[in-house]
Design a protein around this ligand. Structure first.
Ligand code: VG1
Ligand code: CO
Length: 542
């Protein structure tokens, strides 16, 4: 029943910021997915007879790879797999299932916010027994294994019916098809004041949640409409589709513009939110106000005590380096530690496991806490709702008051997508080469205080991760950060992160791009973005 199939290595299976992501036709090459899955298993030790969680965001090619993963888990000696019904498990739900059932780990099939379909993106990542994305030392080993692989093991079994919950046996292994929503919904109920939220909706509070035809639809329907009594119709685009309806399931102001327009309109609901392909990101828009993800982390941390799950306070806050310093001010006021990590959730795992941080966040619309080891879109939405219910104020009031107390960090990210890789690398190399000369220089009337290539020293395991983004800091606290994306699938994406702090309350209502105009111009002066990339302006501004 078990076959050992000879194979040849592919040279391009290096995991990026969050797993391996490629175009579907790349994954459809002979043995491409099998090679990567076998390499994951080859990089792990001691899973004989143990349980593996398997799920995905429902995108095109999900079902095929789920069947391969089940047959390969059986052949490699796992005792059991737990698979989300229909092949569905949001990333945070998968993390929770891994933790709750103390499984060995899990495989999540997702390319997250990237588009899906026969010519779009697919992805595979491995999460360890703590529920979190494999740390770099493990993804490095997986990559090494992909370069040397010569065979993989697979069981000859009929395709498993993944649409019916229940337990079957396949090649001596137990296959349990689980309800993807139940455990997660129960976890949310344990963290938030569902009674208060029910009252909020009963009082006529209006909300719009856009699942973007991605994985959070069934979760949001169950929690918001079924359990919390939000009116039917609160959730929109809630049916997961393999191609996300042809859209990018990326909850930002470009791809969720319809939601933004609705929230800024005359008859806007009280609160608007959206999530991404695999359910780990969140977009928060109050009536008449967009909350930047960096601000959202800070505001959630400042108010977290209002939710039952966090009433004991926070141990610390962690944010990725490019995320704005808004959270730092909250940590300072609360008298707790603030950790600055490289981009990607895998760097938060150690801090959460060691109980050094409780809330973590990234500027890319990812927020989460120690309840799982992934960022969690619906969790952020529910925490916001809990805070709104407890304070009895609007989102706009809460934001204004936060800025009045802490000051405002004007913040924007400019993405230059699908730049030729050589040109993007040349920009970064040139910038790196001149880092030493930047301090003291004056650009657009602003003086550069320091400049470096960010390296992270993990305080828990002592590991060092270098080249995590180039920071240029100006006197007065403004900064520009440059880094190349590790999730794109064609060419290179240059990300430029721009931030300026404003303490003056009378200047908290400026247009963000206008407030940052000098820094945006300075970023081009410093890095030669236009001349290197050939692009006069970014493809996406968030
Ligand atoms: C991007 C974001 C990063 C996030 C990662 C995965 O990575 O910037 O903050 O952790 O996506 O998010 P990069 O390397 O492209 O900048 V998800 O929701 O796509 O798993
Ligand atoms: Co995601």
């Amino acid at each position: 029943m078990i076959r050992t199939v000879p194979t040849k290595p592919y040279s391009d299976q290096k995991p990026g910021t969050s797993g391996l992501r490629k175009k579907v036709p790349v994954f459809q090459q002979e043995h491409y997915a099998e090679n990567f899955i076998q390499s994951i298993f080859d990089a792990l030790d001691g899973f004989k007879g143990k349980t593996l969680v398997i799920g995905g965001d429902g995108r095109f090619y999900n079902r095929e790879v789920i069947q391969k993963a089940i047959a390969m888990a059986a052949a490699n000696g796992f005792g059991k797999v737990m698979v989300g019904q229909g092949g569905i498990l949001s990333t945070p739900a998968a993390s929770h299932v891994i933790r709750k059932y103390k499984t060995f780990g899990g495989i999540i099939l997702s390319a997250s916010h990237n588009p899906g379909g026969p010519h779009e993106d697919f992805g595979i990542k491995y999460n360890a027994g703590n529920g979190g994305p494999a740390p770099e030392k493990l993804t490095d080993v997986i990559f090494e294994k992909t370069r040397a692989i010569s065979s993989f093991k697979i069981a000859d079994i009929d395709p498993i019916d993944i649409d019916t919950t229940g337990t079957v046996k396949a090649a001596g292994m137990t296959v349990e098809i689980i309800d993807p929503v139940a455990d997660y919904a129960e976890l949310m109920e344990s963290l938030f004041d569902f009674d208060a939220l029910r009252k909020l909706f009963k009082s006529g509070f209006r909300m719009r949640f856009d699942a973007m035809h991605a994985v959070t639809g069934p979760y949001a329907k169950e929690i918001l409409e079924n359990r919390l009594g939000a009116p039917i119709g609160t959730c929109r685009n809630f049916k997961p589709l393999p191609d996300f309806g042809g859209h990018h399931p990326d909850p930002n102001l470009v791809h969720a513009k319809h939601l933004y327009d609705e929230m800024m309109g005359p008859d806007a609901p009280d609160f608007g939110a959206a999530s991404d392909g695999d359910g780990d990101r969140n977009l928060i828009i109050g009536k008449g106000i967009f909350v930047t993800p960096s601000d959202s982390v800070a505001m959630l941390a400042a108010n977290a005590r209002l939710a039952p799950g966090y009433k004991g306070g926070l141990k610390g806050i962690a944010r990725s380096m490019p995320t704005s310093g808004a959270a730092d001010r909250v940590a300072e006021k609360l008298g707790i530690a603030l950790y600055e990590t490289p981009t990607g959730w895998k760097f938060f795992g150690n801090l959460l496991d060691a109980d050094m941080a409780t809330i973590c966040g990234e500027e890319s619309a990812g927020t989460g806490s120690n309840h799982v080891r992934e960022k969690d879109g619906l969790w952020a939405v529910l925490l916001w709702l809990n805070i709104l219910a407890a304070r009895g104020e609007s989102c706009k009031q809460i934001v204004a008051e936060h800025w009045a107390n802490y000051g405002r960090n004007y913040y924007s990210r400019h993405d230059y997508e699908e730049v030729e890789s050589d040109r993007a690398n040349a920009l970064v190399d040139e910038l790196r080469a001149k880092l030493g000369a930047l301090p003291g220089a004056s650009v657009r009337g602003m003086t550069i205080a320091s400049a470096d290539d960010f390296a992270y020293h993990d305080p828990v395991d002592g590991s060092i991760s270098e080249h995590q983004g180039i920071r240029v800091l100006f006197e007065g606290g403004s900064r520009v950060v440059f880094r190349l994306s590790g999730t794109g699938t064609s060419g290179a994406t240059l990300r430029v992160y721009i931030e300026r702090y404003e303490s003056d309350k009378s200047r908290h209502d400026l247009d963000t791009q206008a407030a940052l105009a000098d820094l945006i111009a300075a970023a081009d002066d410093i890095a030669g973005i236009h001349s290197h990339t050939g692009r006069p302006k970014p493809s996406v501004i968030t």
